[in-house]
Design a protein around this ligand. Sequence first.
Ligand code: FAD
Length: 279
Amino acid sequence: MNYAQPKELCQLKEILATWEGPCRFVAGCTDFLAQRNGKPWREENLISLTELQALRQLRAQEGALYIGALCTHGQIAAEDLIRSRLPALAAACEGVGSQQIRNRGTIGGSVANASPAGDMYPVLLLLDAQAMVLDAAGEERFLGIEQLILDKGGTALQNKQVLLGFRIPLPGPYGKSAFGKLGERRVVTIAKLSLAVSAHVQEGIMSGARVVLGAAAPKAFLVEEGAQALNGQPYARRFSCGLGEILSQIIQQRISGRASMPYKKEAVKGLAQDVLEKL
Ligand SMILES: Cc1cc2nc3c(=O)[nH]c(=O)nc-3n(C[C@H](O)[C@H](O)[C@H](O)COP(=O)(O)OP(=O)(O)OC[C@H]3O[C@@H](n4cnc5c(N)ncnc54)[C@H](O)[C@@H]3O)c2cc1C
């Protein structure tokens, strides 16, 4: 097995250009080691990204926020700019696992792992993020977050493609967003259902709303009917827009055959109340 821990992006690019065979990347290893769970190593080429300091950076530039793939959930949740301008992302990161998991688990690892119950993808979809992908030829390009995650689960990343980070447009002064999830416990819980909502609120009226349901299907999805119910409505009356009922119907349609459907279609109504309260 080959193993490398590059310190600079140019070293990573050189490895990708010269190593043969499939490459596996690791970051915080919170998913990687849990999945290995006593099984023997099968990786031909293992590349740890942890020494790439460039991927630990968070910066605002030209109306967007750039988050390096190696930023941990703890780091993101503590960032003032994110807490004030992108509260849904701060809340999602704050709710990931325990403090230990938040200290090690990275946003890049969460997206690359593409768990249907993961908390990062729904929020990145809500915020219309793009992922920056590096390929074996050393090319860097942005890919819409929705294209990165496949409908059946998993990612569109090919061999030797690695996530470098994410670009999120910063909402204007009237932007609001919120995230909530339901699981078996109140803390250190994996989502059985998650909901993210954003809207612009100007002169008391909501517009440009986005609504994302997570952990209800193999891939979190935008609920256009939910957004329509909020748009044009007074913010003060957001609880009476029928969002919970709409989401309940959507769950009934999308996962009609699943044993969890009766629970989720009722639970989403309370979750909608909570998330609208946070908004
Ligand atoms: C006890 C526990 C509780 C948890 N609770 C939650 C929770 O509440 N919410 C939640 O969303 N998640 C939770 N998780 C899941 C996990 O912590 C996150 O998914 C974490 O962010 C993964 O990041 P990592 O850096 O540890 O990834 P790793 O384990 O290092 O990697 C995960 C996968 O992504 C690939 N990968 C990693 N980085 C990259 C990259 N930059 N480019 C391409 N591929 C890459 C790896 O090859 C691997 O397949 C929990 C996990 C545990 C063990």
